[in-house]
Design a binder for this molecule. Structure first.
Ligand SMILES: [Zn+2]
Length: 59
């Protein structure tokens, strides 16, 4: 099941939901402010201008 990313234009909260292709996104509400019909955004590959391997920091 694909994961779609949504962004609320009201509060700017971003979240992702697993929605089936047949399902409609008409019943999706923002979990942050409860605004109806958040905008669906597509996952884009962020091309960072600065190349190189970023150091992996952990724990
Ligand atoms: Zn919101």
């Amino acid at each position: 099941m694909p994961i779609y990313q949504y962004k609320c234009e009201k509060c700017g909260y971003e979240f992702d939901l697993r929605r089936s292709l047949s399902e409609d996104d008409s019943e999706i509400t923002c979990p942050q402010c409860g605004d109806l019909h958040p905008r669906r955004v597509f996952s884009t590959f962020s091309t960072s201008s600065s190349g190189g391997c970023a150091p992996v920091g952990g724990g």
